[in-house]
Ligand binder design. Structure first.
Ligand code: IVH
Length: 701
């Protein structure tokens, strides 16, 4: 796409522009500035090899935005500033594809492929055929039309003949160029097919986001991608961090007098079109493809790829084998359903069907009652699955689940298994509706549900299930980190009446415990030492360990940093709490209520008497570090430091770690594959965006 000279020139121009302001950029330089930004979009989104820090890219983007604002007549529809859709999609207009979007025939093993090859050779009259093999991307298919080098339309597949116009949403995907120099190849109009996908990493992050909002996760990256295409708000599409692979030129109109200087026509083969797309700045499977002669190397390549599928950053569900030469393709032709010149090789499924036998209702630490589906055990992508969380009542309704149903389950990559759907066609009438309990399955007290929530809760704070779960959380690694205690011991001691509540952890009867099986002197000593050591844990760990609803590790740190002593919270109002970084109405209310509850305060007094650390030691001896009071947030994968190490470095100099991007954030430190936080921060001009190196520099200074 760019040769070395062009890269150096564009990089030099970037630095020139970085030293300018909107006032000093001449009108004539605006197209140059756009080229510079397109170049960096390509480096970042297609190649994954940025040449600027995000902060610098952001400054260039703002420079273009401001220069265009000052010269509204100069804005072109393919300017990088035109991706961001401001208005909502009203409806999606039905549009006709230039050529029908056919499907693919499937094969599942070497024999099927050999069969395919034999038929293709018979039909074409060739002794041996050249094939191009590439991944079969597991996403949602789209068609793109470029006319006179501009992206003019993007559509969903629909029924293959007609789809829906989703141009505004597709423009949010930065690996899809808004313009591309097809005219260099004499191409006036072209229809391209491809797949919108979500990387495994973006998928995991997106589900984390859903979980933090108490929403059920999406089943797999494919659903996440296809659900994005028809979203009303294009900005939400942008936040999902989608990607696109373009793999087929399905139609083109070319100047009749066009001739390539070296007389080689890239469109004469499939591999040639992939290269052409790549050269024009598209993410095509140019690096993943392989061209071979005969079917045996095809089989080998497919099996190799299957063995390595877990190492790919995105999901694929097979390979696609295509006759490479377009003349051969034409000879082989197509059925009404699929081309005869191509076939999909499907990998072994990570989906399975099994039967839903029962629903168990589990009570968590906050009293939330979670339904868990008990299944006939089934082997799925390396593990045997016999129970899967089905989240809440609404989720059960959405998936139309009944006891006795056959269900389709799936495990995408390393993700926990999910129920994709029930199979109502297979019902015989014996299936039973799932009834949500009205009372807590453990303490039998009445359950409640807030209007705005999907979750039913047991609000009896003495409920056995909650008491036990709270203690398990208290001793856990991220909380008080009482090593060698663990879930099993909490349960065992509780059942034996040796432990009733959190203060009880510090009042264990070691004599009794010593009599239990498996508690020799050594393990008893270890347990004692770990419990004793935990008394010195910093205040933020204690706050997190208390398990206050909506208070995660980061909020716990913010809270700890805001007081000198834990009991200071008893005097704080909801308004006071709202002033804190990242504390919204819901969180403030929950904290306020916790510290107004007498039983809770009583427990805290007991813990204080037992010797736990209630003071914010850091605040007591304020080290006026260089970064005192500056807020930091880390996102993406850091390469030199662990996230926790980086946070500790910032904190050591007085920095405060926060959990979300807002106008109160001072520094966003960005690692690899940063997602929505980065996008959000780019829109807030006061947030300074740093690379990991820049952060280290800041700390060193
Ligand atoms: S070629 C006429 N290539 O798989 C050409 N399709 O099961 C037909 N798909 O509808 C498509 N990766 O959405 C082709 N490398 C790839 C693909 C691919 C994924 C999808 C595509 C198609 C479906 C068929």
């Amino acid at each position: 796409m760019y040769n070395k000279e062009q890269i150096q020139l564009l990089q030099k121009r970037s630095l020139d522009f970085l030293s300018q302001t909107a006032e000093t950029v001449p009108l004539a330089a605006i197209p140059d500035l756009r080229d510079v930004l397109r170049f960096h979009e390509y480096r970042y989104y297609v190649l994954n090899e940025p040449l600027l820090s995000d902060y610098e890219y952001d400054r260039l983007y703002q420079l273009l935005q401001r220069t265009e604002q000052a010269n509204p007549g100069s804005v072109t529809s393919d300017s990088p500033t035109q991706r961001v859709g401001s208005s909502l999609n009203q409806n999606f207009v039905t549009v006709q594809h230039l050529v029908p979007m056919l499907s693919l025939d499937n094969s599942y093993n070497a024999e099927d492929l050999t069969d395919f090859d034999r038929k293709a050779r018979e039909l074409s009259g060739l002794d041996s055929i050249e094939y191009c093999i590439e991944p079969k991307f597991d996403g949602a298919s789209i068609s793109l039309i470029y006319e006179n080098d501009q992206l003019v339309r993007a559509a969903t597949r629909g029924d293959g003949v007609e789809g829906e116009d989703i141009t505004t949403n597709i423009k949010q995907i930065r690996s899809i160029p808004l313009s591309a120099a097809f005219s260099k190849y004499g191409i006036r109009q072209v229809e391209i097919r491809g797949e919108i996908i979500m990387s495994k990493q973006s998928f995991a992050k997106y589900n984390e986001l859903l979980a933090s909002q108490n929403l059920p996760p999406l089943a797999n990256p494919r659903n996440a991608a296809s659900g994005s295409l028809r979203m009303k708000d294009p900005r939400e599409v942008a936040e999902r961090n989608l990607d696109a692979f373009l793999y087929h030129i399905s139609y083109f109109v070319r100047d009749t007098n066009w001739h390539n200087a070296d007389s080689h026509d890239p469109l004469a083969s499939h591999s040639g079109s992939l290269k052409l797309l790549w050269d024009l700045g598209f993410r095509s499977p140019e690096k993943e493809k392989r061209v071979v002669k005969g079917i045996q190397p095809v089989i080998d390549y497919c099996l190799d790829f299957e063995a390595g599928r877990d190492n790919l950053p995105y999901e694929i569900d097979g390979m696609v084998v295509k006759a490479d030469d377009t003349v051969v393709q034409e000879k082989l032709g197509m059925t009404s359903h699929h081309p005869r010149w191509a076939i999909a090789f499907k990998f072994k499924a990570r989906q399975a069907t099994t039967r839903l036998r029962a629903i168990e209702f589990q009570v968590g630490r906050t009293g939330a009652v979670t339904p868990v589906a008990k299944l006939d055990p089934v082997y799925l992508g390396g593990v045997t699955v016999s129970s899967i969380s089905v989240h809440n009542e609404e989720y059960i309704r959405e998936k139309d689940l009944k006891i006795g149903d056959a269900v389709l389950i799936e495990r995408a990559g390393d993700v926990i298994p999910q129920i994709v759907k029930s199979l109502p066609e297979l019902r015989d009438g014996s299936e039973e509706i799932i009834l949500f309990p009205k009372n807590c399955p453990v303490c039998k007290s009445e359950l409640y549900k807030e209007e705005t929530e999907a979750v039913w809760r047991c609000i009896n704070i003495e409920c056995e299930a909650q008491v036990v779960e709270k203690m398990i959380h208290f001793v856990s690694k991220d909380a008080m980190d009482i090593k060698s205690f663990g879930e099993a011991n909490v349960r065992k001691f509780y059942e034996l009446g040796l432990l009733q509540d959190i203060p009880g952890i510090y009042q264990l009867d070691y004599e009794q415990i010593g009599k239990l099986e498996g508690f020799g002197k050594k393990s008893l000593d270890n347990l004692k030492t770990a419990i004793e050591a935990s008394k010195k844990q910093p205040l933020h760990r204690l706050i997190y360990a208390l398990g206050i609803r909506f208070v995660g590790e980061t909020t716990a740190k913010t809270l700890a940093n805001s007081v000198e002593n834990l009991f200071d919270f008893t005097g704080k109002t909801e308004e006071d709490l709202l002033q804190l970084e990242d504390v919204g109405v819901k969180v403030a209310r929950s904290i306020f209520q916790f510290f107004q509850n007498e039983q809770n305060i009583d427990m805290l007094h007991q813990l204080e008497e037992l010797g736990l650390q209630m003071n914010n030691e850091k605040k007591a001896a304020v080290v006026a570090g260089a970064l005192t009071g500056q807020t930091f947030l880390f996102t993406g994968t850091l390469s030199k430091l662990k996230r926790s190490e980086a946070e500790a470095l910032a904190e050591a100099q007085g920095g405060v770690i926060v959990s979300g991007v807002s106008a109160k954030l001072n520094y966003l430190v960005v690692g690899e594959d940063a997602g929505s936080k980065l996008e959000k921060a780019k829109k807030i001009h006061t947030v300074k965006i740093l690379t990991e190196d820049e952060f280290l520099q800041l700390i060193a200074n």
